[in-house]
Design a protein around this ligand. Sequence first.
Ligand SMILES: Cc1cc2nc3c(=O)[nH]c(=O)nc-3n(C[C@H](O)[C@H](O)[C@H](O)COP(=O)(O)OP(=O)(O)OC[C@H]3O[C@@H](n4cnc5c(N)ncnc54)[C@H](O)[C@@H]3O)c2cc1C
Length: 451
Amino acid sequence: MSSRLKITATAPLGRREFVSLCGAGLLAPAAARAQGGFSSNPDVVIIGAGAAGIAAAHGLREAGIDYAHIESASRVGGRAHTETHSFGIPHDRGAHWVQNQTRNPYFNRAKASPHRFYKAPEVFDIYTADRPATESETEALWSIWDRVEGAIGKAGRRGRDVSPAEVAPLDGDWARTAHFGIGPWEMGKDMDDFSCTDWWNSADSVDCYCAAGYGTLVTDHARGLPVVLDTPATRIRWGGPGVEVETPRGTLRAKAVIITVSTGVLAAEGITFDPPLPEDKQASFHAIRMGDYNHITLRFSEDIFGMGEDGYVLHQVDESDEAFGALTNASGTGLAYCDVGGRFARDLEKAGPAAARDFVLGKLRDMIGSDVDRYLTGSAVTEWSSDPHVRGCYASAVPGGHPMRKVLRAPVADRIFFAGEACHPDLWATVGGADISGTRTAIAVTRAVSG
Ligand SMILES: Cc1cc2nc3c(=O)[nH]c(=O)nc-3n(C[C@H](O)[C@H](O)[C@H](O)COP(=O)(O)OP(=O)(O)OC[C@H]3O[C@@H](n4cnc5c(N)ncnc54)[C@H](O)[C@@H]3O)c2cc1C
């Protein structure tokens, strides 16, 4: 998810897991107590080891709180996931843009890391369906882009909690491209599917890149933390004092729980609450709804776009609204992150990775010709919407749903706490927002369990 568009437009732990975690450097000595079973009554249970859960764990550890940390997947990092098996080089399957540099704690972590870390350049090449756009066509795109953002911003500023589709102009040859860039490409949602007020209440960003991958920064930050992998929370009982967190490996009893799973998982009732949560809390999981966004990543042996490192490519979007936006030659590796969002992303994910790849390749052949096939050396396609650990990309309010953000992040009964990207007031949808939300929640929980 690139936030640059906004800127540009305004110009019981099993032996196997224990051993593998130690090998990966993910378990601190403190985790040894988890071997053969959980610590039966930690003060706090953290559910989820993405950016928010990792930050919460650091916070509790620094405060000296006894906690257990469980994660349903077999890795930490959640939606910040860098892997090397697809291309033999770092490939971000989730977050890639290190956003909001002045407020994002990962900015300073990245600067202090040994990895190459640099400001994202702001270069775009615009194409029609079958050729590079002319200068006047490109100007037409940025002009309508500004008008569309202006209309959404005006509505948002006035607290009109309506969808951008209701207020944004859709005239001229390039309006659909602007709508695609602001909606599916940035928000992971179509323009009728999110709230102007919510959009207005999101921070603008200057972006950076970490050549080793954003996921690498996040897993680096988890190093030494005791996380029990492959252990989903299935039910939380909170009718009596404290909480009981059920997992397939046994039940953890604690004074409080921090839930960092996505609103996609919560809305799909991936965790059952007994007794059920208050109705407005349940409604918030649906109001702050996940979008859909996938990378269809291609690797080329040559810079076929001719833009150097980290250039953006957009093509003119037609009435089918089937579109992608690309970050090309990422960090000079030849990787092109060709990204789809919104309903089209969901449909393409259902059609399968081969269909996704064919869609992008077909468009690129029309835009830039046969070099696409000659220099293509590999591909990888993400499927975040069907990933049961996440169920979407990142969350934003549905039209009329903006007030539910506050409801989402409010604790229940001073013992069920919520953290994660969707809980941050204005850095939502970002790794930095998830991290800050985790840290703030750890402070609140420390107060609650120490009082
Ligand atoms: C394709 C894509 C591109 C993105 N691009 C960017 C970007 O460029 N920049 C940016 O800043 N952000 C980006 N984001 C958003 C960013 O990745 C997220 O906002 C952030 O990583 C969320 O962190 P989190 O801790 O809130 O949630 P998560 O990372 O989802 O962590 C929650 C964890 O809970 C675990 N879990 C789920 N259910 C259970 C259960 N029942 N029991 C135990 N554990 C459970 C999950 O496995 C997961 O590890 C992108 C996301 C996607 C998907």
